[in-house]
Every structure is written in C-alpha cells, then in structure tokens.
Write a protein that binds this ligand. Structure first.
Ligand code: PLP
Length: 382
C-alpha cells in the first residue's frame, strides 16, 4: 500500500486537500450547511429545476408504479417504459434518430468512446476536456493526442499528420471550468476535410444553450446532416441525474451491443427517467428561465468589470474568476463563506497550475439582488 498518511499530509501542504460540505437542505440558490444558510453560486442546477415541485410530483407518481430500484441492467429486465419514453423524447429533442441512457455522464463518455475506438484508431481531444473524456480516450486503447485549448490550427496539424483510418475528435461543448464554448462549426468542417468523426459532450449546454434549450448544436445552428455524436447529462440543467448519447440508429445499436458501461450496470431508477421527461417538457415550454439566466450573466459581467477583477471569455452560466495560487483561492472562498456566500475554489489538478479560481455558476433561480450581493462581496476582495 502507498504511504497514504504521508501523501494526505502532502496534499494538505500543497493546499490541494479536498473537503465535502454536508448539505442539510434541498439543492437550491440557498443551501443550509452546519445549520447556517448560504447564498450559493456552486451548483450546476442552471435552470433551477432540481427542486421543482412538478418534477418531484412526476417522480413520486412514477415511483408508485415502478418501485424504487430498476432491479436489473437494461439488457436483462431493467429497461422500463419510463426509460424508453425518455430515450424517445431525447432523440426527438436532439434531432437524432436515437438516444441511449446511461446512469451517469462519466459512464456515458467512457462507455461510448471505448466502444467506438480501439487500438489502431486515433482519439484527438481538447486539452481542457472534462476528466471523463480524457479517461475515455486513454482507456480506449487508441492513439491519444491532445490539442491546445480551442486551437484549430493545432487540431488541423494533428489531423493532417495522422495516418489512422478511424479518427474521433472529442470535445466539451461548454468547457466546465472556463465556461467558454468549443468552436464547433470549425471543428465540424475540419472533421469533414480529414474524414474524422466528432463527439461532443454537452453536459453544460443541453437545456441551457439555443433558444429551445437544445444545446450547443442548436446554439450554432448546425444543419441536420452536419451533426456530431452528442452526449448530454440529465443532472445539470435538467436537475435530475443520468446521461445520454444521441446519434444514428447504427451508433445506438452498436453501443447497446458493445458499451460495457451500458451493459454491465443497473439501470437508473425508472422514476428518475420519469423526472427527466417532465423536466424536458418544462425546459422546452419555459424559455423565460433561459432568458432570465442570460440577463443575470450579462448583468454580472457588466458589474464585475467595474471592480477591476478580470473575467473569462464566457457567455454561459459558468463564470470563473482566476485567482492564481491554491492558497489565495481558498482564502477568497473562505472569506465569501464568512459573508454568507458559497463559491468554491477550484484548484489543480482540476485546472492547470497557477489558474486556481473561484468557479461561479448562475441559476435561473437566482435574482438580480443575489448577483448584486455577490458582486459587492467580490469587489471587497479585489
Ligand atoms: C458533469 C460532467 C460530466 C459527468 O456527468 P455526470 O452525470 O455528473 O457523471 C461529464 N462531462 C462534463 C463536461 C461534465 O461537466
């Protein structure tokens, strides 16, 4: 066994030690920790749906019909009517022939990419891709190359030099720690030029981007014969849990045959699938949630500029403030917490060394006053 005690001490010395808060309330803009209520800017509940009474009601009603556990993997007897209904709705909503549910986004990424790529193939990834995409590429057995963040020249150089027949370009749609969007139209056209496929992880875009919440592809108005393989999660904007991969008929059938993270695991509770169906219906109808969120983001960016703090080029609900070293990031986060605001410090290895940051995320459930309070407190730190 490794000397865990020493290694943990080292982690502490480097200000990289991680601790968990214990939430004593529902996920919301205001959360209770240790008996105290905080105004929180840390969740991925972008549309304020994690605690929506209509979604709670839909899951309770499904729970009464299906029981709690699915009891089996999808290929045995775990694939319920509710799972199937959700897959059909996801396919429709993403303009794809089919969609396939996974229990988590992490599993979807590793499960899909390892089923699609193997030794002799090439996986090409943006350097700032989510850890699950990096693990997927590394575990696939394919040659693995990474390009400088959103650098299309660097991507083209890799494509031009490759002699692998099957090439998969893999990217976050919205980068989870920076909040910027991948230059998807440029990636699609390079893929076409070099006969590569594209896989987009739209965990932070699905439900949020595009005028109906269709995500990154809708945001860029990609036409229907120019669509990447799409992965989305159900635990962020949808406020539930789980994930999906959407694409062609053959893609989904292949994943059902070969994707180990799909085959060898218990299906998510059917009631959660029912909850996601309800959430998708709400997301499509209630566009005011996206509009309010966009207003909050604009307002925040305008106000922060007056404080002298610098922003990242992000138009999404992820608005990081780069602080630099781990210690300062922790101090800023602690100081905000003292004032009743919850904003987490994100440190290496989650982000590159020297770019420790406060990762601020907004929800449609925030008010303008909430944002003003945040900016006033940030101004004091600056
Ligand atoms: C959150 C996230 C995932 C993982 O999804 P889970 O459902 O939480 O496992 C994958 N990719 C990106 C970009 C994410 O932000």
């Amino acid at each position: 066994m490794k000397p865990l005690k020493d290694l943990l001490k080292k982690q502490q010395r480097q200000n990289q030690y991680r601790r968990r808060d214990i939430l004593e309330s529902a996920q919301s803009t205001h959360v209770k920790i240790d008996g105290k209520t905080y105004l929180s800017f840390c969740s991925n509940d972008y549309l304020g749906l994690a605690n929506d009474p209509r979604i709670i009601e839909a899951s309770i009603s499904a729970l009464k019909q299906t029981g709690v556990g699915s009891g089996a993997a999808h290929l045995i007897t775990g694939h319920s009517y509710f799972h199937h209904q959700l897959e059909e709705l996801l396919a429709e909503r993403t303009n794809r022939s089919r969609a396939l549910l996974y229990s988590t986004g992490y599993m979807a990424n590793v499960g899909a990419i390892t089923a699609l790529c193997e030794k002799g193939d090439l996986v090409i990834e943006d350097k700032l891709n989510h850890a699950s995409l990096i693990d997927a590429g590394l575990n696939s057995g394919a040659a693995f190359k990474r390009y400088k963040h959103s650098d299309m020249q660097a991507l083209e150089t890799i494509l031009a030099r490759s002699d692998e027949k099957n090439k998969l370009i893999v990217t976050d749609g919205v980068f989870s720690m920076d909040g910027d969007m991948a230059p998807l139209p440029a990636i699609m056209s390079l893929a076409k030029k070099y006969d590569a496929d594209v896989y987009v992880d739209d965990a932070h875009g699905f439900g949020v981007l595009g005028h109906t919440g269709g995500g990154i592809c809708e945001q860029f108005s990609l036409n229907s014969d120019d669509q990447p393989i799409l992965m989305g999660t159900l635990g962020k904007a949808l406020g539930v849990a789980g994930a999906f991969v959407a694409g062609s008929e053959e893609l989904i059938e292949w994943l059902i045959q070969k994707s180990r993270m799909y085959i060898y695991t218990t299906a998510m509770p059917p009631a959660l699938a029912a909850a996601s169906v309800k959430s998708l219906q709400i997301i499509q109808k209630e566009s005011y949630r996206r509009e309010h969120l966009a207003e909050l983001i604009n307002y925040f960016r305008m106000e922060v500029q007056k404080t002298g703090l610098s922003l990242m080029p992000s138009q999404t609900p992820i608005q990081p403030i780069i602080v630099g070293d781990e210690k300062t990031a922790l101090e800023w986060s602690a100081s905000l917490k003292k004032s009743g605001l919850l904003v987490k410090a994100i440190r290496p290895p989650t982000v590159p060394k020297g770019t420790s940051r406060l990762r601020i995320t907004f929800s449609a459930a925030h008010s303008k006053d909430d944002v003003t309070k945040l900016v006033n407190n940030l101004a004091q730190l600056a």
